[in-house]
Write a protein that binds this ligand. Structure first.
Ligand code: G1P
Length: 289
């Protein structure tokens, strides 16, 4: 047991190369899934896990994210005047309580480990979550809530994992388990983007973590790893020498929205999950097929 998870770090600074040109003027995590930006779902997931404060690690040209999570007197005023209460509630749903979001500039794209390190002053000395917002997770119990529950049970550090598609494990961070029994298993190793054929398992790190603040001094001195970037996985492997890490195979389905087909699948899947849209979405899809 090691304290409650109150804060989440969302690294959003990536260029979105795989979803260009759409991501040229709209930050990639602001692209829509049905009628809301991807980040709206991620923030909802964070709140459902009890997270109170969100730290966005942003890059240049991503002001749209701050604007989205701020009030918009023009839009809200117009909706109020026209009595459009439902749309107004939708527009306001994602707004934080004052002071419960922070935006930190990652001044150079040095890697995921560096992005997380940029949050150290705001996180301070408490366990925290990291959520990779490309990965949209549909689950009855939201994925981060599953990770936080695992953390409540076993403490230490939790990494959400899932089986990699055949032949794709080398594209991800891969974990090595001590033994496998059920969904929550102690880890004995991890490696970022292993050379094909050398993967210790087919379980990849899929984008939700609960980490202890002891990761920060390790990130600070972490050298470049795979792809010439400062890798979170490498610093976690260091931390594993002194603290426990458990891998959680969460119950749900992941959509990689940093990828064209993943984004398309997320749109279809999330429309079909919406009671107000499911029927018309199903009709439209059937017609197209
Ligand atoms: C990052 C992480 C990797 C993880 C992946 C999930 O890699 O470094 O461990 O498996 O996200 O998408 P990236 O996608 O930034 O190369």
């Amino acid at each position: 047991m090691s304290g409650r998870v109150r804060k989440a770090v969302l690294p959003v600074a990536g260029l979105g190369t795989r979803v260009l040109p759409g991501a040229k003027t709209t930050p990639k995590n602001m692209l829509n899934v049905v009628d809301r930006p991807i980040l709206s779902y991620i923030v909802e997931e964070a709140r459902a896990a009890g997270v109170e404060h969100i730290v966005f690690i942003v890059g240049r040209g991503q002001g749209a994210i701050e604007d989205y999570f701020d009030s918009s007197p023009e839009i809200e005023g117009a909706l109020e005047a026209k009595g459009k209460a439902e749309i107004l509630a939708d527009v306001r749903r994602d707004l934080p309580k004052p002071g419960q979001m922070s935006f930190v500039r990652q001044m150079a794209p040095l890697g995921l480990g560096h992005a997380v390190w940029c949050a150290r002053d705001i996180i301070g000395d408490e366990p925290f979550a990291v959520m990779l917002p490309d990965m949209l997770m549909a689950a009855d119990t939201p994925a981060l809530a599953q990770a936080v529950a695992a953390h409540d049970r076993v403490g230490g550090n939790i990494v959400v994992v899932e089986p990699a598609p055949e032949g794709e494990a080398h594209k991800y961070g891969i974990v090595d388990l001590e033994s496998q029994d059920g969904r929550l298993n102690k880890m004995r190793g991890m490696v970022e983007k292993p050379a094909p054929g050398t993967e210790p398992s087919n379980l990849f790190i899929s984008g939700r973590y609960v980490l202890q603040p002891d990761i920060f001094p390790l990130l600070e001195k972490q050298g470049k790893g795979a792809g010439g970037e400062i890798q979170l996985t490498d610093a976690m492997a260091e931390l594993m020498k002194i603290q426990s890490f458990h891998a959680l195979e969460y119950e749900g389905v992941t959509y990689d929205c940093g990828d064209k087909i993943g984004l398309l699948r997320a749109n279809v899947a999330f429309a079909l999950r919406r009671p107000d849209l499911a029927d018309s979405a199903r009709r439209a899809i059937t017609e197209l097929l």
